[in-house]
Design a protein around this ligand. Structure first.
Ligand code: ZN
Length: 332
């Protein structure tokens, strides 16, 4: 799953390089009777660092907000345990992440994902929502969600689980608080990306809403920093971490989910999410495995060490001289 040197993988390419070695002076000095012009093309293969293979990493902390923690309306079981793991990762490896992104679930009071926004619906019920192809919610399923439209043309159906009210924008206390977890280590340089801020659309993924109608700021932000690798943690494993990791992989990022820095809403769907992520090519690791992956960076060994050019040339030249000497001896 991890592969050797995943973090330090630089996809070295073999570049055929040619070296012209003129050995006349050397042969003249060592073997005066060996009169010839030795002009040999020494061909050797040299691993060459590709110019565009530098690893740029981002740490993406997904929805570690009070609404999903103990005392929150949508508290994830044992969710508070991720805070300590995330803080430890940040203390140890922060300087190796080019940027850290904190995502926030950020809903209006009558958000489409709230069971309370739909008459006679209960939390955790599964429903189907119809949208216009532009992503407007059809009024037939709208309930009290603002801004719904009367759908007459083609529609797109999106599956939706209904949740208790949670993570309401700018609410800073109580069960619907969208505040980041108290005790979560943050830095001034952290970038916050909100999702689910459209009343009519839910957004599990930190990249896209659930109907893929529009994107968040995350992909553009990561690209602007040249990020190639993302390490994801947070809540919940089986919904927002899962969908974010799948999208990250799909968008071409080398994607890691640090399992013990996440918790699922439900263990069964959590296990299923891990299997699906692995099949999709997402690396699911523990924070201990992350330490092992990152350790070479701290030791300064992240770069592939090459045998110096001059050393290769010297070795090749010695071999040619020895060969020539043997030929000369045999001819005597
Ligand atoms: Zn939500």
């Amino acid at each position: 799953m991890l592969g050797g040197g995943v973090y330090t993988r630089h996809q070295s390419k073999l570049k055929l390089s040619f070296r012209l070695s003129v050995l006349w002076p050397l042969s003249d000095i060592m073997w005066p009777d060996f009169v010839c012009v030795v002009c040999l093309i020494i061909v050797h293969f040299q691993p060459t660092q590709a110019a565009n293979t530098q690893t740029v990493s981002a740490f993406v902390i997904i929805d570690v907000q009070e609404c999903f923690l103990e005392g929150g309306n949508l508290a994830v079981k044992d969710g508070n345990a991720v805070i300590e793991v995330i803080n430890r990762i940040r203390e140890k490896w922060q300087r190796f992440f080019t940027l850290t992104v904190l995502t926030k679930d950020w809903h209006c009071k009558e958000h489409v994902s709230f069971a309370s926004s739909h008459s006679s619906r209960k939390p955790f019920e599964d429903v189907e929502l119809n949208y216009t192809l532009k992503g407007e919610l059809c009024s037939e399923a709208g309930g009290t969600v603002p801004g719904t439209v009367d759908c007459k043309g083609p529609t797109k159906t999106v599956a939706q689980k209904l949740w208790p009210d949670h993570c309401i924008a700018n609410v800073t206390s109580g069960g619907t608080s969208s505040n980041l977890a108290k005790g979560l280590k943050t830095y001034d340089t952290d970038i916050v990306v909100i999702k689910g801020d459209n009343c009519q659309r839910d957004s599990y993924s930190a990249f896209w809403d659930n109907g893929n109608f529009s994107s968040t700021a995350l992909h553009g932000t990561l690209k602007s920093y040249g990020v190639t690798t993302v390490y994801m943690v947070g809540l919940a494993l089986d919904y927002c971490v899962f969908e974010s990791a799948k999208d990250a992989k799909h968008l071409g990022y080398n994607t890691f989910v640090i399992r013990d820095a996440t918790r699922p809403v439900d263990n069964t769907t959590g296990d299923s999410a891990v299997s699906t992520m692995l099949r999709a090519g997402v690396n699911v690791i523990t924070s201990q495995q992350l330490d092992k992956l990152m350790e070479p960076s701290r030791a300064g060994n992240a770069q592939v060490r090459l045998i110096p050019d001059t050393m290769l040339l010297f070795i090749a030249n010695v071999m040619v001289v020895v060969t020539a000497h043997s030929s000369a001896s045999r001819s005597r």
